[in-house]
Design a protein around this ligand. Structure first.
Ligand code: HEC
Length: 265
């Protein structure tokens, strides 16, 4: 009820044409709100922030909103409801970064909408695209993508989900949460699914690791572990090194791959 009220206030009185740029809010894939930048600015405090941006590899200044304020505006208290486990941030080009809500509750996340060093936006990544209209950044040195904080640019929608429902082909159903399969799944969900799919569901930057054949059927476990830990030693690749993963963590990932291979229909 409360969210409906906010929705009405945010709708433009004389027209229902959506303002551009706007952020879409979805719950389990269904749109609940579409809020234009003007209305975001009218309802949430804006902040000027300055920090070392690891994507640009230099200090940057932006204007933006605290992530928590944006989530509160979009979802009301619903985003704190324990029925939901994750948020999927979707970019204009279809890139999706999924992050657990416990991470997103931490301070330091900002959705920025203006690059204060540049008239428009400074081009980002090897593709030299504009990161606007919205770019999710984190202040604080350790809040990197590798540590499972999402940094999507060209952000267009924010989807509140229960991960195992929305990404059921990735989920190892039927195992207990303290099994090594489940622990491997948690690593996969946190670090790998933004680039890799399982059974067709997930990121499209790297190959599917379970379909049509599981990686464990054509590579031995030792080689898979070596590759995950240190891909840059074998190839020039977009896949980052994961030198911080322990042998146990890598074994858990293999256990997860084996399990997903076993239950595949
Ligand atoms: C930024 C994107 C990205 C991330 C994150 C990523 N990968 Fe990859 N991965 C790739 C790409 C691209 C390839 C394709 C082959 C290549 O470039 O070497 C790949 C290849 C692989 C392969 C296949 C190697 C082969 O050819 O036999 C495995 C296994 C793999 N990744 C596992 C993982 C795991 C496990 C994680 C998480 C801990 C992960 N990747 C994270 C992009 C990524």
């Amino acid at each position: 009820m409360v969210s409906l009220l906010i929705f009405n206030i945010l709708q433009d009185k004389d027209s229902n044409i959506t303002q551009y740029p706007s952020l879409k809010f979805l719950i389990s894939g269904v749109i609940v709100k579409d809020v234009g930048l003007k209305d975001l600015e009218g309802n949430i405090e804006t902040h000027k922030i300055k920090f070392y941006d690891p994507i640009y590899e230099k200090e940057k200044k932006y204007r933006g909103f605290e992530l928590r304020d944006v989530l509160q505006l979009g979802f009301g208290d619903e985003w704190k409801n324990s029925d939901y486990t994750d948020i999927a941030f979707e970019a204009l080009d279809g890139y999706v970064a999924v992050s657990s809500i416990s991470k997103l509750k931490e301070p330091g996340g900002y959705i920025v909408f203006s690059d204060l060093d540049f008239e428009q936006w400074e081009p980002i990544s090897i593709k030299e695209v504009s990161p606007g209209p919205f770019y999710l950044v984190w202040t604080g040195k350790d809040k990197t993508t590798k540590n499972e904080y999402p940094w999507p640019w060209q952000l267009s929608s924010i989807n509140l989900i229960k991960f195992e429902d929305q990404y059921s082909p990735v989920f190892p159903s039927g195992v207990s949460q303290n099994s090594s399969v489940y622990k491997g799944y948690e690593i996969f969900k946190g670090r790998c699914v933004r680039c890799h799919s399982m059974n067709g569901e997930g990121g499209k930057v790297g190959p599917d690791l379970n379909a049509p054949q599981s990686i464990v059927t054509y590579r031995n476990a030792y080689m898979i572990k070596e590759f995950i830990k240190h891909p840059s030693q074998y190839r020039y690749t977009q896949m980052p090194d994961h030198l911080d993963l322990s042998d146990q963590a890598l074994d858990n990932i293999i256990a997860y791959f084996n399990y997903m291979n076993d239950i595949r229909d």
